[in-house]
Ligand binder design. Structure first.
Ligand SMILES: *[C@@H]1O[C@H](CO)[C@@H](O)[C@H](O)[C@H]1NC(C)=O
Length: 266
């Protein structure tokens, strides 16, 4: 009983592997045809036209994705703005409604911002940080959850590895002096681990200033296309101008897990 069944199966097996081979051959031909027509493009390794890592004048051309248009958020694209530090702008990351929602949610709870003491791990008042702010619990509601999910998709870091969102407000003249987001002490590093990256989302437009500036960024900082629109303070380094809905991602650690000194920012 068993014998005839297995002998019946054998030819079917080999016919399916012939089918697979045939499809592979057809697929290979298809790629060759597409290559011949110039539809497919294999990078040739010719680096003459590709921008150098720290050539900041080329950053507007570093467009990764400009194809997706969300009705609420408009056209979205990601710009690599620097490799030291590794920094990227995601344009139209939040919709206007989401920005307004976050502001309304935070407004009644704004308190003077503190900094974390590197010895004790406690929060303290500080002259280097004069803004006000508040924390939103992780996964607080549907909108916050969807923003946290979007951050996870953008950074490739799971939601559970993130801290709760922090909403900050800067009046004219308020500031956060250049600092690192990574911890240098054991108390904080043990409590939740090291911070490896930060996403800043700009919730409103400003007339002037308000830039995020990286004073230790490598490259010719005056070569950025928006140099002439920067404030005096913004000209102190590689600067990102705030625009409602845009998100800035920068890494505080290098891919080899060492601290990135060029991630200093104010
Ligand atoms: C930096 O870029 C500016 C604007 O493109 C240019 O005028 C200047 O010569 C550059 N400086 C250096 C040191 O390359």
């Amino acid at each position: 009983m068993a014998k005839p069944r297995s002998s019946r199966l054998l030819p079917r097996k080999s016919s399916s592997s012939i089918m697979f081979l045939a499809m592979l051959v057809i697929f290979t031909f298809l790629i060759l045809i597409l290559l011949g027509l110039g539809i497919f493009y294999i990078p040739s390794g010719d680096s003459r036209n590709s921008p150098k890592p720290n050539d900041l004048s080329s950053i507007v051309h570093n467009v990764v994705d400009r194809s997706y248009v969300d009705e609420d958020r408009g056209e979205q694209w990601v710009e690599a703005i620097s490799w030291e530090p590794r920094a990227f702008i995601y344009h139209n990351f939040l919709s206007m409604e989401e920005c307004e929602y976050l502001i309304d949610l935070a407004k009644p709870h704004m308190k003077k911002s503190k900094v974390v003491d590197s010895k004790t791990g406690k929060s303290e008042d500080s002259r280097v940080r004069t803004s006000s702010g508040t924390f939103l619990p992780r996964g607080r509601d549907k909108i916050i959850k969807s923003i946290e999910k979007r951050i996870a998709d953008f950074t490739f870091i799971p939601v559970e590895h993130g801290e709760g969102l922090q909403v900050l407000h800067y009046e004219v003249g308020q500031k956060y002096e250049p600092h690192y987001d990574y911890f240098k002490d054991e108390v904080n590093t043990r409590n939740g681990g090291q911070r490896i990256a930060t996403v800043l989302m700009y919730l409103s437009d400003v007339e002037e200033g308000g830039e995020t500036v990286f004073p230790s960024a490598k490259g010719n900082i005056s070569a950025v296309p928006w140099w002439n629109e920067l404030s005096e303070c913004g000209k102190g380094g590689l600067s990102v101008r705030p625009k409602m809905g845009d998100a800035l991602l920068f890494w505080s650690m290098k891919p080899d897990a060492t601290l990135d000194l060029s991630s200093l920012h104010g």
